[in-house]
Design a protein around this ligand. Structure first.
Ligand code: 5GP
Length: 189
């Protein structure tokens, strides 16, 4: 039975959670990516309504006022991110399981709303030093956004014990196998 289920892989920016979620989406046909809304600018390789729903701040605030989000956050200054209720409905109507890629506080917020219907996994970087070098290698960060992401990561690590499982992302191959196993078990009827 997949009806009404959700999976969530959370961790600091640079922990590897996006790679894990993308791998799981390819491995399990039944999963569908929850496309978040955001006000941040689109990156060159991104598409509207595929990676994110890219909204103006005005439109985003309109959705907040109308209570259209299951959760939303100003993840970085002036940059809003959130999950629309309509997105979860869209995926469930396809008879699929929702797969989230959200930040840690957003993840805990979602966990509080869906309880046992949700598998919540925390992806832990091997160390803050390693996280720093992974983020630096990304080249999408300026020195300011890099240091904002590191500061946020230190705070986010303290939330790990609140998740159902913690995976330490030492080597990606091992991490992907662990993630697959957790999802396989969770999807069993
Ligand atoms: P990025 O700008 O790198 O795509 O994402 C920045 C952070 O925002 C990431 O940690 C990402 O997981 C998080 N994020 C993406 N969508 C959502 C969302 O709907 N809600 C929350 N709370 N965070 C999100």
């Amino acid at each position: 039975m997949t009806d009404g289920k959700l999976i969530l892989f959370c961790g600091p920016s640079g922990s590897g959670k996006t790679t894990i979620v993308q791998h799981l989406l390819k491995t399990f046909n039944v999963l569908a990516f929850s496309i978040s809304a955001t006000t941040r600018p689109m990156r060159t390789n991104e598409k509207h309504a595929v990676d994110y729903y890219f909204l103006s701040i005005e439109d985003f605030k309109m959705h907040i006022d109308k209570h259209h989000f299951i959760e939303w956050e100003e993840v970085y200054e002036g940059r809003y991110y959130g999950t629309l209720k309509s997105e979860i409905e869209r995926i469930w109507q396809l008879n699929k399981v929702v797969a989230f890629d959200v930040d840690v506080e957003g993840g805990l917020n979602i966990k509080n709303q869906f309880g046992d219907r949700l598998l919540a996994v925390f992806v832990m970087p091997p160390s803050l030093e390693e996280l720093h070098s992974r983020l630096k290698a990304r080249a999408t960060e300026t020195p300011e956004t890099l240091s904002a992401r590191i500061q946020k990561a230190e705070h986010e690590l303290t939330y790990a014990p609140r998740f159902d499982h913690i995976i330490v992302n030492n080597t990606m191959d091992k991490t992907l196998s662990e993630a697959e196993l957790l999802v396989k078990k969770f999807l069993l009827p």
